[in-house]
Write a new protein. Structure first.
Length: 259
């Protein structure tokens, strides 16, 4: 998730009934609440805190079965997450439903695919590394939570509520147009182009105990992030042209001044 996840303008027709607009608003609100619960569960799932089932718990299958199942689950999320983010899908969606709920639908389906992953994830408990030193282990744990905070903070830098569809459904309910998307680089976006993705990478890799299942999750999602960056920047260049090309030349992708 990053700055490309904003949506374009929509102008709900005045003829749309109050009941329809209210239903749209409720749909967007419900999608956001499901996202919020899913995000919080994801923190616990990866960091192994509080939630009833995390990345290292559950009924263990054979290594081959677990590997195949987990790869299928992550592939389902990747196809949904990248496919629905493309402009072609958005144009297709607008032919069958109100553009006001396109973002909410994207967020809802992304949340449901993650819930499926949490539910069906197969643990692979073999330990790859374990940090015995309590100070270093504490730093690794804190680093993981810092990654999640970077993700959340970065969404607010680029309009959190528009990113997750609430702005669009509220504007539709009020009969207003959503402002056209503008290219902006606030805060962390002046240092790196994709702080949300950086936050996810930190959150996934910073752990005092790395199991084989956690390593698979971190490695595959990191690889997917780089694919997502490629697709996302292609869309941004198409949308903003030379403005984004100049930004890409001046600002690092994930590590300031390096990469």
């Amino acid at each position: 998730m990053s700055i490309t996840m904003h949506t374009g303008p929509n102008s709900p027709a005045k003829a749309v009934s109050f009941a329809t607009r209210l239903l749209t608003l409720c749909y967007g609100g419900l999608a956001y609440l499901i996202f919020l619960g899913t995000f919080l569960y994801a923190v616990g799932f990866v960091s192994q805190y509080i939630v009833p089932k995390n990345i290292n718990t559950g009924t263990a299958s054979s290594l081959t079965t677990a590997l195949l199942m987990n790869l299928v689950l992550m592939s389902i999320f990747a196809v949904q997450h990248s496919g629905m983010a493309r402009q072609g899908f958005k144009r297709l969606f607008a032919r069958f439903a109100s553009p006001a709920i396109e973002r909410s639908t994207y967020v809802l389906l992304a949340s449901l695919t993650l819930i499926l992953l949490f539910w069906q994830w197969q643990p692979m408990p073999a330990v790859v590394w374990h940090i015995d030193n309590p100070v270093v282990a504490g730093i690794a744990t804190a680093g993981g939570f810092a990654g999640w905070l970077i993700v959340l903070y970065s969404t607010f830098l680029i309009s959190h509520f528009e990113l997750f569809g609430l702005t669009q459904v509220v504007a539709h309910f009020a009969g207003r147009m959503v402002e056209p998307m503008k290219f902006k680089t606030p805060g962390l976006y002046r240092l790196i182009r994709h702080p949300i993705y950086l936050g996810f990478i930190i959150a996934f890799w910073c752990t005092p105990t790395m199991t084989l299942g956690h390593l698979l999750f971190a490695a595959v999602t990191t690889a997917y992030i780089f694919v997502g960056i490629y697709l996302e920047e292609r869309d941004l260049v198409a949308m903003f042209g030379d403005e984004y090309r100049r930004y890409r030349e001046k600002v690092s992708m994930l590590v300031p001044g390096i990469f």
